[in-house]
Design a binder for this molecule. Structure first.
Ligand code: FAD
Ligand code: NAG
Ligand code: NAG
Length: 579
């Protein structure tokens, strides 16, 4: 094994057995499945992604993209397209009842924030889920990977070193064709009613929010202005909200409430028009077409503490479902997918330790529990009007809904050589990585004002430009060649491609990108950056740590290790990489 590990992943692939090189099968092409597929393809891992629906899913559904998700999209390279397609969150407009035409109050969903140096995206974006998914698919297509529609996972068997899946494809004539498919791993990103969780025999624990009947629908309405997210009533009683989507006359209906009777409501124009009129008093709102319709009781559900079994993993709604209050469901699923992708990619290349693979559940399950508590508190608090969730939740640039505060400080695969500086109570519910000292397990913050000495582009860069889902980025904060060489030589023991060494020189270091420096930093590491304005040294608290620090940023943008020497580097990678 030792000799195997010295080789590049592509060389390793030639040595290992066929079943290991079989693609990873992803069941479900919702946001979780698509993000996972894209990140795996960027890692050079073959993927087959299937969806049982004959057409791509239509509908606005989860439209709020939170700041942490925007950061993941940045690392995946899809952010520019997402920003172009999306808008800023609209203002809510609440109407007086009865009557329904007089404005009672208007309010923003989120107060707008100036970006911070370490948090470049501090404003959520709004984008209908079907468009979001189309953007993700267009990027996946660049890797020659298309979603296979009309293709359902029926069953599977975990054979220990591979998975055999039973897949059923519906032809255009409606005839079904079954196939046995050999995959190296299977991921159930197959949503709330997924078969994968079911077949694994994992209980979905939780409960319905008693008495909360909800209606979600995409409709066409003629003649209603789109400036606002229109709202009548409250969930404690009866509520209808209408948000205009990207497509002019198409509106997203989210309605429901404890006093709402939806038993006779049907997904057709007359019934919907009547229902909206009953709740809002507005006879002028005419539904001309119903594109999607769903009516059900809200629940919160999650698998207990394991998101995987053997070679089979769960991500997104397949593992946990949330109420729409606070808009966290899809964002959590994307976060699962991003967290799983680098692990599966290393596993596929036979480089992942057992501990790394089990840490997926260890990290995600407590986060999801916390998230469900947060969103339940929002949903059940009758003093918070629908849409005012963010306004009621404290500092506007540190909102828990942004998911920027989540950290994995307690994770079994984190190494903190400076643990004594950790504040007490840094468990899964512990808060924030802003304000306090940044610790291993935290979200790796951004920093602007860096010049890349390795390239010939002298424009200022941000650290985020160097974070990618394909490799660890070891930020080596030092200006001592001895210390740098010790870090780099420890990093060279790590199999090829897993980590990039990046020396970050202080702004005072005597190097300039355009001249021959006294020390050629560029030949000593994969990449050399100069922290011209000192922001990187500042936000990573290098001074407080006494300098010469290695901060190892994982491919998912969280800090895997903060260590002082080569032994610390080795200790971290012993946890991550298979022995
Ligand atoms: C009607 C509705 C309204 C919603 N409204 C909101 C909202 O207002 N705000 C909010 O934040 N969230 C909302 N959500 C939740 C949000 O849409 C989900 O959290 C999000 O889509 C989860 O992403 P996912 O990728 O995990 O699963 P999904 O998006 O559910 O994707 C799962 C995919 O798997 C496919 N699939 C299922 N079984 C199989 C199989 N056996 N084989 C192959 N493919 C399979 C499905 O066709 C589907 O495309 C809503 C959900 C629904 C259903
Ligand atoms: C409900 O929300 C208000 C406003 O944010 C808050 O002060 C209160 O503590 C919450 N109540 C409960 C029961 O969570
Ligand atoms: C540097 O410049 C040359 C030509 O001027 C170009 O071909 C090369 O790609 C550039 N390298 C980088 C790393 O930008």
């Amino acid at each position: 094994m030792q000799t195997l590990l010295r080789k590049r992943p592509t060389e390793i692939l030639k040595d290992i057995n066929m079943t290991q090189t079989a693609p990873i099968l992803i069941a479900g092409a919702g946001p979780a499945g698509l993000v996972l597929a894209l990140a795996l393809r960027q890692n050079g891992v073959p993927v087959r992604i299937i969806d049982k629906e004959p057409k791509h899913h239509l509908g606005a559904r989860a439209a709020g993209i939170m700041p942490r998700t925007l950061e993941f999209y940045d690392f995946l390279g899809v952010l520019p397209d997402i920003m172009k397609a999306s808008t800023q969150p609209p203002m809510f407009c609440a109407y007086k009842l009865p009557g329904g035409t007089e404005i009672e109050e208007t309010y923003p969903m989120f107060l707008s924030n100036e970006p911070a140096l370490d948090r470049p995206y501090l404003n959520p974006r709004i984008l209908s889920q079907d468009i979001n998914q189309a953007v993700l698919r267009s990027h996946l297509a660049k890797y020659d990977t298309l979603v296979e529609l009309g293709t359902a996972l029926r069953d599977f068997e975990d054979k220990g070193d591979h998975v055999v899946a039973s897949v059923v494809k519906k032809g255009p004539d409606g005839a079904e064709r079954s196939e046995s498919y050999v995959a190296s791993y299977l991921v159930g990103a197959d949503g709330a009613r997924g078969v994968v969780r079911n077949r694994l025999g994992m209980a979905f624990d939780g409960e319905a929010y008693e008495g909360l009947n909800m209606v979600f629908s995409d409709v066409r309405i003629a003649g209603l202005g789109g400036e606002y997210w229109h709202k009548w009533g409250e969930m404690s009683d009866r509520m209808v909200t209408l948000r205009q989507t990207e497509e002019g006359d198409r509106f997203w209906v989210l309605g429901g409430g404890r006093q709402m009777d939806t038993a006779n409501l049907r997904g057709e124009p007359e019934s919907m028009t009547q229902w909206i009129a009953d709740v809002t008093g507005r006879r002028d709102i005419k539904v001309t077409e119903v594109l999607t319709f769903a009516s059900y009781k809200l629940s919160r559900l999650a698998v207990d503490s394991e998101f995987s079994k053997g070679r089979v993993y769960l991500a997104g709604d397949a593992a946990h479902i949330h109420s729409p209050a606070g808009g966290q469901g899809m964002n959590n699923g994307i976060s699962d997918a991003f967290s799983l992708a680098w692990r599966l990619s290393l596993a596929y290349k036979s480089l992942a330790s057992t501990e790394l693979m089990s840490s997926y559940s260890a990290e995600r399950a407590p986060i999801i529990k916390t998230m469900l508590q947060r969103t339940t508190a929002l949903l059940e608090n009758s003093s918070i009007s629908w849409g005012k969730f963010a306004l009621k939740m404290g500092p506007k640039d540190k909102l828990p809904l942004f998911q920027l505060d989540l950290h994995y400080r307690w994770s079994p695969v984190i190494v903190d050589g400076m643990r004594e500086k950790a504040p007490p109570n840094a468990g899964p519910n512990g808060n924030m990585n802003q304000g306090g000292i940044v610790l291993a397990g935290d979200r790796a913050p951004d920093a602007p004002g860096l010049v890349d000495l390795t390239g010939n582009d002298s424009s200022m860069k941000t650290l985020f430009r160097y974070f990618k889902p394909t490799h660890h980025t070891a930020l080596l904060f030092t200006s001592s060649t001895g210390s740098l060489d010790a870090f780099v030589s420890a990093l060279k023991q790590v199999p090829g491609g897993v980590v990039r060494s990046t020396v970050v020189l202080p702004g005072t270091a005597s190097v300039r990108p355009d001249t021959q420096a006294e020390v050629d930093w560029r030949s000593r590491a994969d990449c050399a950056l100069k922290d011209c304005e000192g922001h990187a040294y500042d936000v990573y608290c290098v001074g407080a740590r006494g300098g010469d620090v290695a901060v190892i940023v994982r491919p998912d943008g969280y800090i895997g290790a903060i260590v002082k020497d080569g032994e610390g580097v080795a200790k971290y990678f012993r946890k991550i990489v298979a022995a």
